[in-house]
Ligand binder design. Structure first.
Ligand code: 9MR
Length: 603
């Protein structure tokens, strides 16, 4: 392979570090008394300074830059129109898609450090693909690399390059990194601006491969630890949040050794119906391996009139999941929340014993029905039966189940027993919000578990809903709460994860974030990463029930409804992994970073 070496631009780039913004508050219900104070946010942006110096090659210029650190607050939007100056950042997935480059290469080795290759000759390297259409003119490629002592001693150099995939070397861009730059075993960030004007190639009709290769007479190994490409082009999405960011995640669920799921709509939200909305389908099928019905498996959807079960919608949803090799997390057999409690239960005038029988009939009939399908592998048996505040108790006045069971929480254990009888191998969860705050509610939860275990009530796990804010609750609280459940030997499932940018409980409205800025998006990326990391750090593999996000697109989040009043009808939660147009958000990258053991940053 021949290489054009007309222009070499090399620079070192450093990014500044950052404090996250956000403020404290509660979950889906009233805030705790102990909301944390808001923290101001500032996100330094990276800046690249280049200076030319002469080159050995007449027509080349080599620019070596020193680190440049800017700490100004970033206010750039994730484009709301094509006139925005938002760069499109593509983070290279270091876990898959790489291959050896150059004649007689021996392939690549992908491990937790990144992508390595044996530099056995001139032009041997590693490449990955960027799908067409793309425009790389003036794009900045950054790769963090690490060379072995043998490579350093061989005197060989490195070259970042981009070219048509599988095509000739013509039309290629590349940048030179001389051996003198490397210290064996020390990471170095190589930056290449690909701007050879006379070497443009057709990236609209051809895929591009991008990578790094050894030059000279190399021996030893080179490891690419991470990489990203910042396109010069501005975002062209018409999305209201406007991101055309790519997190470069091929399939989120493939990165985890536990189940990654998502809540989806059906006829409860027709515009986003998983069975008919192609964008919804595409994102769900691409990244997830489990679905939860956002609403349609709740009580009133399945048995609105006593004795008449309506399974058609839920069946279609569960069958669709099966057809895509996805499992289903059943949600929720028993939940007090008014709108989905059937009228016949609300109006119950019979005895407490008969009410419990009716409740058990619901549980048994529903679980039996879906057992027959085989892909409903777990259930939220009882949802949100504990109160907020301190001390936390069983919900009483606002729970029809408690009241109609003779002012008793016995309905909870009866529901678990009925579910176990109908589904001997399904994982049975108690599911709740705010228990991640490691507060009085968490304490009460643990007491309930202890009691259930002592009396052989069949509970297998706890669902942490995890409707959280940017800095509340703290990762420490989340970790400690999770640990308490782990210590009881139960499974932990994050069942309804979302991370709202705005928090109507903490210093509101002074803390309001009015638009979804790049700074917010990157802070959210870090927050997602930290939450997933806390899960990995604190839940042993055998007790991981998985993580599910509560929706796909920011356009269809329950938070848009919940905070209608506080947010003055503005849709300013932006809590999910995909923007209004189903484009990746940095949050998706953050989730993936944690799964791949990549440090959590807002860069
Ligand atoms: O996302 C659900 C939303 O569409 C419904 O209107 C709402 C009804 O209260 O329920 C939402 O989902 C809830 C889930 O079932 C239980 N945990 C809290 C979720 C958000 O409210």
């Amino acid at each position: 392979m021949k290489f054009n070496q007309r222009l070499f631009v090399l620079s070192f780039l450093s990014f500044g570090l950052v404090a996250c913004g956000g403020s404290g508050g509660g979950g889906s219900n009233p805030p705790p008394a102990s909301s944390s104070a808001p923290v101001s946010s500032s996100v330094p942006s990276a800046s690249l300074v280049s200076s030319s110096s002469s080159s050995l090659l007449a027509s080349s210029s080599i620019a070596v830059t020193s680190s440049s650190l800017s700490s100004s607050s970033s206010s750039s939007e994730l484009a709301s129109s094509s006139s925005s100056a938002a760069p499109v950042v593509m983070v290279l997935d270091m876990t898959t898609g790489w291959r050896g480059n150059g004649t007689d290469n021996s392939g690549v080795n992908v491990n937790s450090d990144g992508v390595s290759f044996t530099a056995s000759g001139d032009n041997i390297g590693a490449v990955t693909d960027l799908a067409k259409p793309i425009q790389l003119e003036d794009a900045v490629v950054e790769m963090v690399v690490n060379v072995s002592a043998e490579f350093k001693a061989s005197g060989a150099n490195l070259q970042i390059f981009a070219q048509i995939k599988g095509g000739s070397w013509a039309g290629e861009w590349n940048c030179w990194s001389g051996n003198e730059l490397f210290t064996a075993g020390t990471d170095i960030t190589l930056t290449c601006t690909i701007n050879e004007d006379d070497k443009k190639f057709n990236q609209t009709d051809s895929d591009v491969q991008i990578g790094i290769q050894a030059k000279g007479t190399p021996t030893g190994t080179v490891t690419i630890k991470s990489g990203k490409v910042t396109l010069k082009q501005t975002a062209s999405s018409s999305s209201s949040t406007g991101s055309v960011y790519s997190a470069n995640v091929n399939r989120l669920s493939e990165l985890a050794d536990f189940t990654i799921g998502v809540a989806v709509s059906n006829n409860d939200s027709p515009a986003y119906n998983i069975l008919t909305n192609a964008s919804e389908k595409a994102v769900v099928e691409k990244h997830f391996e489990q679905m939860t019905a956002g609403n349609i498996m709740k009580m009133s959807y399945l048995q609105n009139t006593q004795g008449t079960f309506t399974f058609a919608n839920a069946d279609a949803f569960v069958d669709y999941a099966a057809s895509k090799n996805m499992t289903v997390h059943g949600h929720a057999l028993v939940w007090h929340s008014d709108y989905q409690v059937p009228q016949f239960m609300k109006n119950w005038s019979g005895s407490a014993a008969d009410f419990i029988t009716a409740l058990k009939t619901h549980v048994t009939t529903v679980v039996d029905h879906f057992e027959a399908k085989g892909n409903v592998v777990s259930w939220d048996v009882v949802n949100e039966a504990l109160t907020d505040g301190s001390p936390s108790t069983f919900r009483a006045d606002d729970s029809i189940f408690y009241k109609k069971s003779g002012n008793s929480a016995v309905y909870i254990e009866e529901a678990f027993k009925a579910a176990r009888a109908a589904a001997p191998t399904a994982t049975l969860y108690y599911n709740d919000y705010n228990i991640d705050q490691n507060n009085a509610k968490t304490t009460r939860l643990i007491e309930m578990i202890t009691d259930f275990q002592a009396r052989d009530i069949p509970i297998d796990g706890v669902g942490f809903q995890m409707h959280v804010f940017m800095d509340y609750p703290s990762i420490d609280s989340i970790s400690n709460a999770i640990k308490k459940v782990v210590n009881k030997g139960l499974k932990v499932k994050i069942t309804e994860l979302d991370v709202s940018i705005n928090n109507p409980y903490g210093n509101w409205p002074a803390s309001k974030v009015a638009s979804f800025t790049q700074a917010s998006a990157l802070d959210q990326k870090k927050r997602y990463c930290e939450i997933v990391k806390a899960y990995l750090d604190n839940v042993p593999a055998a007790q991981r029930g998985g993580i599910s996000v509560w929706g796909t697109t920011d356009a269809n989040t329950w938070l848009n409804d919940l905070y209608k009043t506080q947010f003055n009808n503005e849709k300013i939660s932006w809590p999910l992994l995909f923007d209004n147009n189903y484009n990746d958000k940095p949050a998706l990258r953050g989730f993936a970073d944690a799964l791949q053991g990549i440090p959590c940053t807002n860069l």
